[in-house]
Design a binder for this molecule. Structure first.
Ligand code: UN1
Length: 517
């Protein structure tokens, strides 16, 4: 195997040697194998990248939108041609099962396909004026330069949700990917470059969290950023939002979730179990859309729990290059944080799904494990029944292979449980009755609602995002994200040859208000 190259930030397309820390990234399924090495940047790297992106923005915005769309179309083709290579990198760098990695890259391709055509729309409107000889118009203007800070669990799809519409709309971008996915980020940036998008329009910066905060502050203070997009934890989102607020820059935040999955007494139970299995344990529970809590009607609770337990016991877990439900934890930090969650289980919790808890190893084995458990960061799956609203595992996002379960008697109780943690990303209900589906839709705080489908697996052209602790209401994907990457500009043109004052010079017909039939 060839020695992995040393990667670094790409500023105006050129690698920069900042002399910062050298981070070694190992395959979480084979922790003795180095996948990539990355030289982290310092605060000036970030601020410098923002200054250059800001300077380059007018030129990129001057390229006609349909032509920018052609570049996005080319990016779709380049990603398609490199789909296997990129997916293999995703599987190696973060341990995502290969079929899911292919799905993730496809999500980025779908995003490009959608936005390539948007280059020929980006519609504004003509609006009637209240006065004669005057025309009103609206235009979408790029916001300017965006900082995009993304997490490592979807290292291709989620960045594409920001980068693709941002570039299409004429913005330039400073992208700070998760520092533990440098090879994927580098590969994705090289695909963008191969599509003919200028190096100055996408600056790739590798920094750790504290350095990113400092860099962000300098760039915001210098007026070089007009938007910050962030996908990650609610805690970091809160601090980014506060920072943005001080500079009057509106952030787009896609934060954590505690996504409820409600099982009504009339639910198709097998479908609900399948949905809970994928929601709770797909990607080892490391999706922002992963199952937060299964809320099961007391009349079907025991039956659901027993079928769910069997499904989890029988699930294939292990080597992500094989056909498994989930592979390793993304990174040691995720693994350690998940272990800390297991310590928060309480005596009233009843666990099932695995004969053991914690790391899967040869001395703490899982029956049917696929591959060598000692080689990677594998965690036993756990279903935790008997969860109450006071429990920390009800209130906080856990980001790991754990499925909290609770029960309810009335629909209102189910809704209270679905909303009580204050997150509002995705929510799912299993039912065969339309009134349950629609009442859940209107009562739940989540930005995304599934009926008879898992909490995960949003499609690339529906609005994606949440409320409350999950975000400030901005939406990614589809045409909805255009309101994040553009601002509306209105224009009025008066060709009457005189000053016509709005509201005052309106020649409105006179009505006879005393008229009665
Ligand atoms: C995330 O975890 O940040 O809906 C995004 C899903 C995926 C995206 C998840 N399409 O689960």
């Amino acid at each position: 195997m060839t020695e992995p190259a040393e990667l670094s930030s790409l500023i105006d397309g050129a690698p920069v040697d900042t002399g910062g820390q050298l981070l070694e990234r190992t395959d979480p399924a084979h922790v003795d194998q180095v996948v990539s090495r990355v030289r982290l940047g310092d605060e000036r790297t970030f601020a410098h990248a923002a200054a250059l992106a800001h300077a380059a923005q007018p030129d990129w915005a001057a390229v006609p939108a349909p032509v920018r769309g052609v570049a996005i179309h080319d990016l779709a083709n380049i990603l398609t041609a490199n789909k296997e290579a990129l997916s293999q990198l995703v599987t190696r760098e973060i341990g995502k099962p290969y079929t899911e990695s292919l799905g993730e890259v496809q999500e980025a391709i779908d995003t490009c396909i959608y936005f390539a055509a948007e280059g020929r729309r980006l519609h504004g409107m003509t609006v009637p004026s209240e006065m004669p000889d005057k025309e009103l118009f609206t235009y979408r203007k790029p916001v300017g330069t965006m900082a995009v800070i993304t997490a490592g669990n979807f290292p291709v799809a989620v960045p594409s949700w920001y980068l693709v519409p941002a570039l299409l709309a004429g913005n330039t971008v400073v992208w700070k990917p998760a520092e533990y996915t440098p090879a994927i980020a580098d590969a994705f940036a090289r695909c963008v470059r191969a599509a003919g998008i200028p190096d100055s329009a996408l600056q790739l910066v590798f920094c750790d969290g504290p350095t990113t905060s400092e860099g962000l502050e300098s760039a915001l203070a210098a007026g070089h950023l007009q938007k910050v997009g962030f996908t990650g934890s609610s805690e970091v989102g809160r601090s980014i939002a506060a920072r943005c607020g001080r500079h009057l820059v509106s952030p787009t935040l896609e934060l954590g979730g505690k996504n409820p999955l409600v099982v009504m007494p009339d639910a198709p139970l097998d479908v609900a179990v399948e949905g809970a299995l994928f929601s709770g344990f797909g990607t080892a529970g490391q999706r922002c859309t992963s199952l937060g809590v299964a809320i099961v009607h007391s009349s079907v609770h025991e039956e659901f729990l027993s079928r769910f337990t069997t499904a989890v016991e029988q699930a294939a877990i292990g080597d992500p290059t094989q056909d498994v439900l989930y592979g390793p934890m993304i990174d040691e930090r995720f693994d350690a944080r998940f272990t800390a969650w297991l310590d928060k289980l309480e005596p009233h919790h009843r666990t099932s799904g695995s004969s053991a808890l914690g790391r899967i190893t040869s001395s703490n084995p899982r029956e049917g494990f696929v591959g060598d458990p000692d080689a990677g960061l594998y965690q036993h799956p756990v279903i935790v029944d008997g969860v109450t609203m006071d429990d920390t595992i009800y209130q906080e996002e856990t980001f790991g292979p754990i499925a909290p379960v609770t029960s309810f008697d009335t629909f209102d109780e189910a809704l209270t449980l679905a909303n009580g943690h204050g997150y509002g990303l995705s929510a799912s209900i299993y039912t065969t009755r339309p009134e349950h589906a629609f009442n859940f839709r209107s009562g739940v705080s989540a930005g995304m609602v599934s009926v008879n489908n898992s909490t995960s697996g949003a499609e690339a052209h529906l609005p994606f995002g949440g409320n409350g602790r999950s975000g400030t209401g901005g939406r990614l994907s589809g045409h909805w994200v255009l309101d994040q990457v553009t601002t509306w500009q209105s224009m009025n043109w008066d060709f009457s040859g005189k000053l016509q004052k709005a509201q005052m010079d309106v020649d409105a017909p006179e009505a006879d208000h005393d008229f009665r039939l």
